[in-house]
Structure formats: structure tokens, C-alpha cells
Design a protein around this ligand. Structure first.
Ligand SMILES: NC(=O)c1ccc[n+]([C@@H]2O[C@H](COP(=O)([O-])OP(=O)(O)OC[C@H]3O[C@@H](n4cnc5c(N)ncnc54)[C@H](O)[C@@H]3O)[C@@H](O)[C@H]2O)c1
Length: 328
């Protein structure tokens, strides 16, 4: 395997004793940005593989979103079964802050799967290189709702390419994963009149499905339910070459990073006539919003407009792919 990252640092946290990995893929366009994932892995090397892959994806995402930033990622690789109480969690975040500070401003982090704006406030006790602290702690708060707004914008572009209408009312949409992004997303889709099918590994999320009148299906079935749009909103790798022949959707748009299990899947989707909005663009709303507010100092409305412009960017991308007859 070739290492094409600028820097990778792995430490055992001085306070927590937990493996923490920061991978910086590129700073060519500017400071590397990428969130902090806290997850259980069978082996810390699986966390390293995730950090390398996700950091590279962030370079592509930030560039696709037009940001003058490179890509990086932090992974806290918890051993299987490791339980974090409040004190241990605080120690982990302080350790993360120290590691990020050691990069002398070439990398900044934010929330990702398993971490919250409150965690960012703790990281912020050790470094200024952190986005999305709660507003009371000087940040722009949880960016997940803006990621959801970006997904909806991308979805309108895909619907427009499908049949000329960007309208979401009456569209059959299947959402896999009802977390920080999936939840505001299904609420907005419900308000827009979409017909929802949903799933999550956490059965507690059934209550949300019931409240919205959404159909709950088993995880294994969800991607093959007939739908206009399939939304990968859990972890990456949902779209495998084995799954593609069984898909019964017309378009795929979601926030999950690294949706394709392998690059070849993009070609297989295209060959089946399924329109896929690249995850780099569809998931960019949160980082676009946070950078606009915290680095460029623009107000809420202007930042929101930048998120909504993802619709035009996705439309242009889909059209250029069409014109060139190839997948992105
Ligand atoms: N939060 C953001 O602003 C943001 C920004 C860009 C990309 N993303 C990506 O979007 C995805 C979702 O992010 P999030 O912040 O909502 O994460 P989250 O951890 O809040 O939610 C993920 C949800 O998926 C569920 N889940 C996990 N594995 C599953 C499986 N196999 N099948 C079905 N459900 C499963 C979890 O129970 C949880 O409810 C992640 O891939 C993340 O990297 C998030």
C-alpha cells in the first residue's frame, strides 16, 4: 500500500491511554480540515485505515465544495467493549486537543460520528484548531442540521435530473441511519411531503419513524425497497458491487462518507442508470456552513445560502458527467 498522506501521527493519549490517530492527507489548498470520529474498532489498525481513507475523502470533499482547504481526519480508536464514562471522555478529548495542537495550525477538527459540539469545547481547552463548539463556547454549534440541508439541496438536483422536477413532495425516500444528520433530514422530508421508509441499527429510533408516519424496515432490506431516492446516512461502504444489481432506487444522495465500497461501484451504478450524487458534495453542507461562519465571518443567512448552493453545484456536476459520459 502506498502512503499518499502528508503526515500521520498515532499516540496513546497521555491521560486516557486510548489510541488517537490524526491523518493529514493534504494541505496543498490550505489548512487541512476534517472531523474527529470516536468509534469502537476490533484493532487500532482498523481505526488507522479509517483515518487514512476518511482524510483522503476530506481533501476531495473540501475541494468539491470550493473551500480553500485540504483534508485530514482524527480517529479515536476505542478497543471493542471499552466503555467511556464522562471523566474518561473528557480525558480523551483533552488528549485529542493536544495532538491537534502539535500540528501547529496545519489541521483543524470538528465533530464527526461519535463526537459532539460539547466534545469540541473540551478539545478547545487545548487548541484553537477546532470547529463547531457550542455557540456559548464561541463556535457555530452543531453543523449536522446544515449537512442535512445540503443533502436536501443535492436531492433536489438529483430529482431534477431524474424527471425535470426538483419537487420532493410525493417522492419515495429511504433513509438508512437516523442520527445527527438523518434525524433533521427525515423531519424536513416529512414536512416536504416525501413518503418515507427508514431504518437504523438502534431500535430506539423506531419512535421517530412512528412519529413521522414513516415505514420502518430491517437494515438488510432497506436498500432494496422500491424508492425514488436512497439516502445512506449511517457509516460508509453501503454501496457494494454485490448490492448494485438488487437496488430498486432511481437516485442515491446521502451524507455518509465513503458510500462506495470500491470506486468501481460508481460505474456499476451509472450502467444501471442510477444517479448518484457524490458523497463529497452531498455531505458538504456542515463543513461549508462552519467554515463560512467561523473562518470567513459571514452571518447565518449568507452561510445558509452557501449551503443551498450545493444544489447548483451537484446539478453542474451531474450535467458535466452526462456530457462527458463518465462517472465522477
Ligand atoms: N454530522 C455531520 O455534519 C456530517 C457531515 C458530513 C458527513 N457526515 C457523515 O454522515 C453519516 C452520518 O453522520 P451522523 O453525524 O448522523 O452520525 P450519527 O452517529 O449521529 O448517526 C449515525 C446513525 O446511523 C446508525 N447506524 C450505524 N450503523 C448502521 C447500520 N449499519 N445500519 C443502519 N443504521 C446504522 C446509528 O445508530 C446512528 O443512529 C456519517 O457517515 C458521517 O461521517 C456527517
Amino acid at each position: 500500500m502506498t502512503l499518499n498522506h502528508e503526515q500521520v501521527r498515532i499516540v496513546l493519549g497521555a491521560r486516557s491511554g486510548v489510541p488517537i490517530i490524526v491523518a493529514i492527507h493534504s494541505t496543498e489548498r490550505g489548512k487541512a480540515l476534517g472531523g474527529c470520529r470516536l468509534w469502537h474498532y476490533p484493532d487500532w489498525r482498523d481505526g488507522l485505515a479509517d483515518a487514512l481513507r476518511l482524510a483522503e475523502g476530506m481533501t476531495a470533499k473540501n475541494a468539491a465544495a470550493g473551500l480553500q482547504h485540504g483534508g485530514g481526519k482524527t480517529v479515536v480508536a476505542l478497543p471493542a467493549g471499552f466503555v467511556l464514562d464522562a471523566q474518561a471522555r473528557r480525558e480523551v478529548m483533552l488528549d485529542v486537543g493536544d495532538l491537534i495542537e502539535s500540528f501547529d495550525g496545519s489541521y483543524a477538527t470538528g465533530p464527526d460520528v461519535g463526537t459532539t459540539p460539547e466534545d469540541m469545547a473540551v478539545i478547545g481547552e487545548r487548541t484553537g484548531e477546532v470547529f463547531c463548539r457550542p455557540e456559548a463556547a464561541g463556535g457555530s454549534g452543531d453543523c449536522s442540521p446544515y449537512t442535512a440541508i445540503g443533502v436536501l439541496a443535492a436531492m433536489r438536483a438529483v430529482c431534477g435530473e431524474l424527471d425535470g422536477s426538483t419537487e420532493l413532495r410525493g417522492r419515495r425516500v429511504t433513509v438508512v441511519g437516523l442520527g445527527h444528520v438523518g434525524t433533521p433530514l427525515v423531519r424536513a422530508l416529512h414536512a416536504d411531503g416525501a413518503v418515507l421508509t427508514v431504518t437504523d441499527i438502534d431500535p430506539a429510533r423506531r419512535a421517530l419513524a412512528a412519529a413521522l408516519g414513516a415505514t420502518w424496515v430491517d437494515i438488510d432490506r432497506a436498500p432494496t425497497v422500491p424508492a425514488d431516492i436512497l439516502v445512506p446516512a449511517a457509516l460508509g461502504g453501503l454501496l457494494t458491487r454485490e448490492l448494485v444489481p438488487h437496488l430498486r432506487c432511481r437516485g442515491i444522495v446521502g451524507p455518509a462518507n465513503n458510500q462506495l465500497a470500491e470506486p468501481e461501484v460508481a460505474r456499476l451504478l451509472s450502467a444501471r442508470g442510477i444517479i448518484w450524487a457524490t458523497d463529497h458534495l452531498a455531505s458538504a453542507g456542515g463543513v461549508v456552513y462552519a467554515v463560512a461562519r467561523e473562518l470567513h465571518g459571514v452571518d447565518h443567512q449568507q452561510a445558509l445560502e452557501r449551503v443551498l448552493s450545493i444544489e447548483d453545484t451537484v446539478r453542474s456536476q451531474l450535467r458535466s458527467v452526462h456530457t462527458r459520459g463518465q462517472v465522477a
